[in-house]
Write a protein of this length. Structure first.
Length: 76
């Protein structure tokens, strides 16, 4: 399994809410949820109006044939 994640550290607080949107890529093709995995959808899922931080995580399985993509947002 390979994990890639981007992070940015600032002097702001994360916020009181967390929202997550996930999708899976099989053989380079998005699953049916691929178009729903974005910052806006993650914020909606968490009931967030103001986004303070965003985290993107990709986990690769089976030598990259399957990739799980997660968008996580923090805010209020």
């Amino acid at each position: 399994m390979t994990v890639n994640s981007g992070a940015s550290i600032t002097n702001t607080t994360l916020g009181s809410k967390t929202g997550v949107a996930e999708s899976t890529i099989f053989l380079g093709l998005w699953s049916s949820k691929g178009e729903q995995n974005d910052l806006k959808k993650a914020a909606e899922n968490g009931g967030i109006k103001k986004v303070n931080h965003v985290e993107y995580v990709n986990k690769a399985f089976l030598g990259g044939l399957v990739i799980k993509h997660t968008t996580r947002v923090y805010g209020d």
